[in-house]
Design a protein around this ligand. Structure first.
Ligand code: PLP
Ligand code: COI
Length: 357
């Protein structure tokens, strides 16, 4: 395994004074992890260096054709001061699945995790203390070959950057209003929807702007073929409680296989709930809503954690949910997940990974 070189900053930045106003993903820390890929040589020179802008040739392929992938996870400060990660191995498995789809060379998952732990330990003073805050971690790969041809790049850069962050939604753990987009689509089966890659987010901006203009926080995307079936929200997977069944859209190739989604399914099953991963149509939701059988809805994601859905707007229909309150299953999952993430509740083996004391 390559040795990770560390160059410490000689000019540490000032930490945020007021941890209640961190926002999401706006503050950088003192260091970053970097590794290069060169055709014929593979991934090389893993290193931790002072955080700084990078030089990129204007011909770099990522700038023109979007050949890039990313991940998102968090570092949590436990009550006893320990710094913890949540299922980080799953993020590196997923980045390699995204790499595969985007023709990017595979990363060494254990080297990435080792680099991540070293980086977080070095910047551990940046993990915020205020309740509900954490260190957002963003690993990513960009294609750097300076050439305007549309074939896949010969060179890449892998980086991990960190950002002390608060709640993703300004509402925090409170019901959000979601707009169901019926004109534009985010992904189609056979496309790249299941990869965590920038194009999926660029493609979602238009729908998001329309939703915001109408006072909704996020877009719920429908399938890109029939525009009939529920897929996912812009930054989270989605669950509905219909009668006694907890339903989440099955992974069809156009939905991101969320790690929080997977964790929710595993927890719910362990508590004896009936959980189905299946197709769910807008018509089924509307009918269940009308008949009073749609009891609760929530989104799941690293940034969003568990986000109760208080209202869905589908064309001319406005569907209120859980009386605009936090539903019992959303609450139970939120308590259990955050309990495990902050090290207050023991989770299943491997879910909580200690970085340092
Ligand atoms: N869906 C999309 C499009 C996302 O960007 C995210 C966030 O990462 C999720 C779902 C939730 O995935 P995870 O739980 O792994 O964070
Ligand atoms: C995450 O939840 O980690 C995400 O990546 C969502 C978003 C900020 C793109």
């Amino acid at each position: 395994m390559s040795e990770i070189k560390i160059v410490r900053t000689t000019a540490p930045k000032e930490k945020p004074q007021d941890e209640t106003k961190l926002g999401f993903g706006a503050i950088t820390t003192d260091h970053m992890f970097v590794m290069d890929y060169t055709e014929g040589k593979g991934w090389h020179d893993p290193r931790i260096v002072p955080y700084a802008p990078i030089a990129l040739d204007p011909f770099a392929k990522c700038l023109h054709y979007g050949q890039e992938v990313f991940e998102g996870l968090k570092g949590y400060r436990g009550d006893n001061g320990q710094i913890l990660l949540f299922r980080p191995d799953e993020n590196f498995k997923r980045i390699n699945r995204s790499d595969e789809r985007m023709c990017i060379p595979r990363l060494d998952e254990s080297l990435c995790l080792e680099g991540l732990k070293k980086l977080v330990e070095l910047d551990k003073e940046w993990v915020p203390h205020a309740p509900g805050t954490s260190l957002y971690i963003r690993p990513f790969v960009i294609a750097t070959e300076p050439k305007l041809g549309t074939d896949s790049s010969k060179n890449y850069l892998f980086m991990i950057v960190l950002s002390p962050s608060g709640a993703y939604y300004p509402q925090g753990f409170n019901p959000v209003k979601i707009y169901v987009e019926t004109k534009y689509v985010r992904a189609v089966r056979g496309g790249m929807g299941e990869a965590k890659t920038g194009g999926n987010y660029a493609c979602s901006l238009k729908g998001q702007e329309i939703a915001h203009e109408q006072g909704y926080s996020q877009v719920l995307w429908l399938d890109g073929v029939e525009q009939k079936y529920i897929e996912e929200v812009g930054a989270m997977n989605v669950f509905f409680v219909i009668d006694d069944e907890v339903v989440t859209p099955m992974l069809t190739g156009s939905i991101l296989p969320g790690i929080t989604r997977k964790s929710c399914i595993e927890l719910l099953k362990s508590w004896g709930y009936q959980v189905s991963e299946r197709r769910i149509s807008v018509d089924e939701l509307l009918a269940a809503g009308k008949e009073g059988r749609l009891k609760e809805a929530f989104g799941s994601g690293t940034a969003a954690v568990i986000s109760p859905i208080g209202e869905l707007k589908i064309d001319e229909h406005v569907l209120p949910l859980s009386g605009g309150k936090i539903g019992p299953i959303s609450q139970k999952l939120y308590d259990q997940l955050t309990g495990i993430q902050w090290g207050r509740i023991p989770g299943p083996a491997g879910w909580s990974v200690k970085v340092c004391d």
